[in-house]
Ligand binder design. Structure first.
Ligand SMILES: [Zn+2]
Length: 224
């Protein structure tokens, strides 16, 4: 992917469940040439390194608790103040709440970075048909998609021959709840950054693979 000559930006990616956001984010590193920072990775690194915050996070997660905003904010701040982030970074899995968004806006201002927002728009029916097309292997956990990544033999895992199943959280009622939760939690955050960021791009996430969507976002930004 040809590089974009924008420097010192923090790329924030928002999109509904099932749009392949994590993968889109990884592919955007090829476009911006800045690191991809996932909060999942930051949490795991801190737990493994046994930092003070890592120990707190670990005990929270072991007890099934949610990691509070303040703690996630501190972990992100610590990560994005490292040397590899001076020219910017792509955030994955953060911010998730308006509280986190406001904290991030403060951190970016301090670091002299500008937010660049990519908002992936996907039609409701598209999300439903994508997620209900998922099939999982109950034995090894492999995930297939009857539309985009079918197994070699219908309904059978390529790895171990087990019969594939439709998981409970991939059925339409649960998907509808996840979309509603996304809209309630994330859309206010998107609105907050729409007001704040001078670089705000709405990208069609309906068709193509996450790589295609990342390229579309990249072209869209370059065309401005
Ligand atoms: Zn399997």
């Amino acid at each position: 992917m040809p590089k974009i000559g924008i420097r010192t930006v923090a790329v924030l990616l928002f999109g509904p469940p099932g749009c392949g956001k994590g993968t889109v984010g990884k592919h955007l590193t090829g476009c911006f040439d800045i690191p991809h920072i996932s909060t999942g990775d930051i949490l795991r690194e801190n737990v493994q390194a046994g930092t003070e915050l890592g120990r707190q996070v670990q005990s929270l997660m072991e007890n099934g608790g949610l990691v509070p905003d303040g703690m996630v904010n501190r972990l992100v701040q610590d990560r994005i103040s490292r040397d590899d982030c001076v020219d910017g970074f792509i955030l994955d899995g953060y911010p998730r709440t308006l509280e986190q968004g406001k904290a991030l806006a403060g951190m970016l201002e301090e670091q002299g970075l500008e937010p660049l927002v990519i908002h992936l728009k996907v039609d409701y029916n598209k999300i439903v048909s994508r997620l209900t097309a998922r099939r999982s292997c109950p034995q090894c956990g492999a995930v297939y998609n009857v539309i985009s990544k079918p197994p070699k033999t219908d309904g059978v895992c390529d790895e171990d021959g087990a019969g594939l199943i439709l998981r409970g959280d991939d059925c339409e009622t649960v998907i509808r709840q996840r979309i509603e939760a996304y809209e309630a939690q994330t859309l206010p955050l998107v609105e907050y950054f729409r007001q704040l960021a001078s670089k705000f791009y709405t990208v069609d996430g309906n068709d193509g693979s996450p790589t295609d969507i990342a390229e579309r976002a990249c072209h869209h930004i370059r065309a401005e």
